[in-house]
Design a binder for this molecule. Structure first.
Ligand SMILES: [Zn+2]
Ligand SMILES: [Zn+2]
Length: 143
């Protein structure tokens, strides 16, 4: 079942659409916490499905590890996406913050990762896998 979506940053300079959203997960790693201001709630948009409709010139991308990059809007600062690119600029699927979507209702939380980096002051409800750092690294080969 396809799940078309549209979204934008806070100022609206960067706009995107996708034909089909993938899974929605939560990352508690320390980088995501600092980057997004809390747990990173990301929904997957495949590389082929992402359509940047406006604001390509406003996208500021920074390599944040040997295997991933993170982008934000250079105008308003909104986090735009994380890409597990394995070190190749512009590669990899997009993990888009749920908060950028015009309608994020109905998404299903598939998994949490790096749960041992989560502060103890909140929890996500539901019966889904909760992977520790070691389990996350074993699954993805990187963080
Ligand atoms: Zn913006
Ligand atoms: Zn993370």
């Amino acid at each position: 079942m396809s799940r078309p979506a549209s979204g934008r940053c806070l100022c609206g300079a960067v706009r995107f659409t996708a034909r089909d959203l993938g899974g929605f997960g939560v990352c508690h790693c320390s980088q995501c916490q600092r980057w997004s201001g809390g747990p990173f709630l990301g929904v997957t948009v495949t590389r082929d499905d992402m359509r940047i409709e406006a604001g390509a010139d406003s996208i500021a991308t920074r390599r944040t590890s040997e295997w991933a990059s993170r982008s934000r809007c250079g105008d308003c600062g909104s986090p735009l996406w994380y890409r597990f690119d394995r070190g190749e600029d512009g590669a990899g699927d997009y993990e888009v913050p749920v908060g950028l979507l015009d309608d994020a209702n109905g998404l299903q939380l598939r998994r949490e990762i790096f749960v041992d980096a989560k502060p103890d002051c909140f929890d996500f409800a539901g019966d889904h896998p909760r992977l520790t750092r070691a389990e996350t690294l074993a699954l993805y080969g990187a963080g």
